[in-house]
Design a protein around this ligand. Structure first.
Ligand code: IPM
Ligand code: MN
Length: 366
């Protein structure tokens, strides 16, 4: 039987409780589709700071290296917010993981389901039937990692430097990911840059245009990032795949998440350079954070974690049918009226984390 090794890093806040539901769903589909997932748990984030003295312990990194995918919960919380920025769970765990495994391709689907349009802050009249936009964000370049970086004194005052750097090859590989994704969807890529001001933007636009010639079925257009931020709230249905560099993608993907109206529903995949038999090594995590205010109460929405597990099956292991089945089960559970507090509306059944997980498992059948 096909076996896949998965490092399970539940982390802090609601991470552990929503992870339980994702594993439950995975357990059901592996039986149905005849593959086997081998889970190894490891500590990350605040809990790792408390127990091991650092957010990303060496032993956790080893567990991830021995695995073919990382299923990630969330990290951080008020307890660790007063630590120096470089030691905080978000920065000290996520950024090194991205760099270490060269997780250059961040896929963030922003789906507003037809019967959840009321939760969106965008007027319902602008989003009839909801929308489905995929953000493809470059994740290991640009201002996040460019050198030189640092703060020094100059003429008696502090000066901070961050550097935006992109090599043509880095733009090419992320562009391929975006075009390949669009070819499987509605066939449209909107590439984001600031070519009117930045050298990086000029190279970005030129390189993306060049790569687009290899994808004749995909239509390409370009938007400056400031304009894109406007168009997204004006007409989200005008987008299919958004391709952006690291910082622009960070900002726009939060905007996209917000306009779906349900942060607790959004998964993500960060894919690396290591190729597997039928996919790529990657880290799969919900887009929302640790939600410390509701952690431990059993009321968090587990759907983002469940859908992240589905992305893992699709992008790391090539188990698309199993991934499709999970995504369908989630839609059906919603259609049946199951809602956690974050997406609840009049007339629906308000359920907790475990009941929502059970509802999805029950849609999967035996
Ligand atoms: C994200 C987060 C991270 C980022 C932070 C926590 C470093 O905002 O994954 O979008 O900026 O990439
Ligand atoms: Mn972000």
């Amino acid at each position: 039987m096909q076996t896949y090794k998965v490092a399970v890093l539940a982390g802090d806040g609601i991470g552990p409780e929503v992870m339980v539901e994702a594993i439950k769903v995975l357990d059901r589909v592996q039986a149905q589709f005849g593959f086997q997932l081998e889970f190894t748990e490891a500590r990350v984030g605040g809990i790792a700071i408390d127990v091991d003295g650092r957010a990303l312990p060496e032993s956790t990194l080893k567990t991830c290296e021995a695995a073919e995918a990382i299923l990630f919960g969330s990290v951080g919380g008020p307890k660790w917010e007063s630590l120096p920025p470089n030691e905080q769970p978000e920065r000290a765990a996520l950024l090194p993981l991205r760099k270490h495994f060269q997780l250059f391709a961040n896929l963030r689907p922003a789906i507003c389901y037809p019967n959840l349009t009321h939760a969106s802050p965008v007027k319902e009249s602008l989003i009839p039937g909801g929308f489905d936009v995929l953000c493809v964000r470059e994740l290991t370049g640009g201002l996040y990692f460019g050198q030189p970086k640092g703060t020094h004194m100059e003429n008696g005052e502090a000066v901070a430097i961050d550097t935006m750097v992109y090599k043509q090859s880095e733009i090419e590989r992320i562009a391929h990911i975006a075009f390949a994704a669009a070819a499987q969807r509605s066939g449209k890529v909107t590439s984001i840059d600031k070519a009117n001001v930045l050298e990086n933007g000029v190279l970005w636009r030129k390189t993306v245009t060049e790569i687009s010639k290899q994808y004749p079925t995909v239509q390409l257009n370009h938007l400056y990032v400031d304009n894109a931020a406007m168009q997204l709230v004006r007409n989200p249905r005008g987008f299919d795949v958004i391709l952006a560099e690291n910082l622009f993608g960070d900002i726009l993907s939060d905007e996209m998440a917000m306009i779906t109206g349900s942060l607790g529903m959004l998964p993500s995949a960060s894919l690396g350079t290591r190729e597997l038999a039928n996919g790529r090594f990657g880290l799969f995590e919900p887009s929302g954070g640790t939600a410390p205010d509701i952690a431990g109460k059993g009321i968090a929405n587990p759907i983002a974690q469940i859908l992240s597990a589905a992305m893992m099956l699709r992008y790391a292991f090539g188990q698309s049918a199993a991934a499709d089945k999970i995504e369908l089960a989630v839609r059906q559970a919603i259609d049946r009226g199951y809602r956690t507090g974050d997406i609840w509306s009049e007339g629906c059944s308000r359920v907790g984390t475990r009941e929502m997980g059970d509802a999805v498992v029950s849609e999967l059948g035996n």
